[in-house]
Write a protein that binds this ligand. Structure first.
Ligand code: SF4
Length: 204
């Protein structure tokens, strides 16, 4: 794999061919915020909070750093007025869904996002897909998936699989940026497989 030389926030960075801009930045201890990224998972590019500016052959464009590959002589900026404005709006949109998320609130403080800018649609899910992808890619269980599309899209546990797998696993719960996942599981457990959950409770 050949070495790629690029510049991130004025710092010279050496990366390996095939790395993304996010990976190159992290390898050089340069922080770019993420919400849907996880080292064990394929890049997803869903939350777009990792958007950065790149300069290619004199032209500047905005790219999603977790899926954008490094290139020789690429110039990257991880903060600018434009980037901060985009992150602020993205956070405001996500906060309409999950106003109590600590992770979102921390980022909102950094980017001056107003949690009340958009009308609340407290679905609690920001569609990062971490739980869905972790269960599919790492656990190979597919116990949780997306249902519906567009603004109606949400995650849903598959009772037939979740009733057998989740209680002894729970690995994806802590990945959820809004802490909604555990509540969604408890609700599914109570509604869809109460017998299994009461037996689990009796065994404790
Ligand atoms: S807790 Fe359930 S949904 Fe989450 S990773 Fe484990 S098996 Fe998959």
């Amino acid at each position: 794999m050949s070495e790629i030389h690029l510049q991130i926030d004025g710092k010279k960075v050496e990366a390996k061919e095939g790395m993304t801009v996010l990976e190159a930045a992290r390898s050089a201890d340069i922080f770019i915020p993420t919400l849907c990224h996880h080292e064990k998972l394929e890049p997803f590019g869903a939350c777009r909070i990792c958007t950065v500016e790149v300069e290619v052959r004199g032209r500047t464009k905005l790219v999603v750093s977790c899926v954008y590959p490094v290139e020789e002589n690429l110039v990257v900026r991880t903060r600018s007025e434009k980037i901060d404005r985009i992150r602020k709006t993205l956070l405001e949109l996500m906060l309409a869904h999950a106003p109590d998320s600590e992770q979102l609130q921390d980022l909102a403080g950094e980017y001056g996002a107003d949690k009340d800018r958009f009308e609340k649609e407290a679905s609690f899910c920001i569609h990062c897909g971490l739980c869905v992808r972790y269960c599919a890619e790492v656990k190979k269980k597919n116990a949780v998936g997306f249902v519906d599309r567009g603004i109606r899209k949400e995650i849903s546990f598959i009772p037939e699989i979740a009733s057998k797998e989740c209680n002894s696993c729970k690995e994806c719960f802590s990945l959820c940026p809004t802490s909604y996942l555990q509540a969604a599981f408890v609700l599914t457990e109570a509604l869809a497989f109460p017998r299994a959950s009461s037996q689990t409770a009796l065994k404790k």
